[in-house]
Design a protein around this ligand. Structure first.
Ligand SMILES: *Cc1c(COP(=O)(O)O)cnc(C)c1O
Length: 447
């Protein structure tokens, strides 16, 4: 049991369900709500919701009785309701909208494996979830059983990982990995653990939020065998932090699984500094470390949830310094087109000179930090880490510029463009005059 207590709710419609059924995740999965008729038993649908629920081809709807019970039935703007009951706004198109806004499928060497960063991969293991978030970034595949991953896909994913030693971190996602049959998940984790270069495994799951009763002793006993294992949950609003969730995170923590949280910034749900402050403070009480706050993606169906990016900056301004550092997530825009997560935050560095920098704190207090005058620069020639560094060709980025791997990063076709269609001539003849000499460990040695 969790050392902290929160509210526990059950909608009046479910009050006669025996506890052993209510607390059985299989019952929760089998009794999910998905139609006008179902929802009208627990709350009064708005015309916009009814219209959406009757739209053919709508992104899948399914909500556990547990999660629907967290909704205040008298509040049409309830923040939980908006996350899982569709409204007419869902079918609106908007500028910049895409089906696969993060270009994940383009970055997949095999189906369901997104390899975007040098040392880690995202592995999609199912398209099924316990309930379906209306702003789902993977609505193109999620919820659709015909899109789910086959045995052959799993084999190809594992084969790719075996042959790609640079991958040291595998992030299981989907869909929701914790909706997999326990035996299937266990087999998957064992197969990953057999690959020696995979150091850590992470799971991204909203099951503890949609269906905390799934976190049984049996599940944590199984997960515990695959350490080091990390888990990120997905809580967007303080109303989702119930006694049941607190008990679930307590069990996971006791099994030695470090817990993080990823939220999505959603208009009308959590686009408020005060809601976010309450959320992150409650999260650390249930031993969940806020990890990321995401800007809502440019994905079909999510238009009415989008806020300006400046809303996220305002939220971080209201958290950093105002509350525990542990409670402050990194706010990120996941780059459209597939650039990965880009952190965005307020500016704390105001100005600088050759020996001083000017900083401001969260209160607006402006201070100076005097730089050292006698800094003995770190010497890569005598540093064993620098000598044995692993170079990731093509992905060292701006850090690679600083590290002396190269002096510039050029846009594609930069050379051709600047050739201006001219012919080869005496000043342009191939030579070393464009080779940088002044950077990196070999600097000045003339190669
Ligand atoms: C988010 C993400 C990861 C993990 O990123 P971290 O910043 O390490 O949490 C890895 N791969 C893909 C494709 C992702 O979207």
């Amino acid at each position: 049991m969790s050392p902290v207590s929160f509210e526990s709710k059950r909608a009046p419609f479910f009050k006669d369900v025996p506890d052993e059924k209510w607390n059985d995740w299989r019952w929760q999965m089998a009794n999910r709500l998905n139609s006008v008729e179902n929802f009208n038993k627990v709350l009064k649908l708005t015309p916009s919701e009814e219209k959406a629920l009757s739209t053919p081809g709508l992104f899948r709807v399914d909500v556990t009785p547990y999660y629907v019970s967290l909704i205040d039935p008298d509040d049409a703007d309830d923040p939980i309701r908006k996350q899982i009951i569709p409204t007419a706004g869902e079918v609106d198109v908007f500028t910049g909208m895409m089906e696969d806004s993060l270009a994940e499928d383009r970055h997949s060497p095999v189906p369901g494996l997104v390899h975007r960063y040098p040392d880690r991969v995202l592995m999609l293991v199912t398209t099924q979830c316990a309930s379906y978030c209306r702003y789902c970034t993977r609505a193109r595949i999620v919820g659709d059983p015909t899109q789910t991953f086959s045995r052959t896909d799993f084999d190809a994913q594992i084969e790719y990982l075996k042959n790609t030693p640079q991958v040291r971190d595998v992030l299981l996602s989907g869909g929701d990995p914790l909706t997999l049959a326990p035996k299937v998940l266990e087999e998957l984790l064992s197969r990953l653990r057999e690959i020696p270069h995979i150091e850590i495994i992470r799971i991204g799951s909203r099951v503890p939020v949609f269906m905390p009763m799934r976190v049984t002793q049996e599940l944590t006993d199984m997960l515990e065998k695959f350490h080091p294992l990390w888990l990120n949950i997905h809580v967007n609003h303080p109303n989702e932090i119930s006694q049941e969730l607190a008990d679930a995170t307590d069990k996971l923590s006791r099994a030695g699984i470090p817990l993080g949280n990823q939220s999505v910034l959603l208009a009308g749900v959590n686009d408020c500094v005060h809601i976010q402050r309450d959320l992150v403070q409650k999260l650390v009480r249930i031993r969940v470390r806020p990890y990321y706050l995401y800007q809502c993606d440019l994905v079909e169906g999510a238009g009415h949830f989008r806020t300006p990016v400046s809303k996220g900056i305002e939220i971080i301004e209201g958290l950093r310094g105002h509350t525990s550092g542990y409670a402050v997530p990194t706010y990120c825009v996941d780059a459209p087109g597939g650039g990965g997560k880009i952190p965005v935050m307020p500016n704390y560095h105001i100005s600088s000179s050759d020996h001083k920098i000017v900083l401001r704190n969260y209160e607006g207090y402006i201070t100076t930090y005097e730089e050292p005058q006698d800094y003995k620069a770190h010497d890569p020639k005598t540093c064993s880490y620098c000598q044995h560094k692993r170079v990731e060709p093509g992905q060292s980025g701006v850090s690679g510029l600083l590290d002396g791997e190269s002096m510039f990063i050029k846009p594609e076709s930069f050379e051709e463009l600047h050739n201006r269609g001219g012919a080869q001539h005496r000043l342009r003849a191939d030579s070393d005059k464009w080779k940088p000499l002044g950077i990196g460990p070999e600097a000045g040695s003339g190669e």
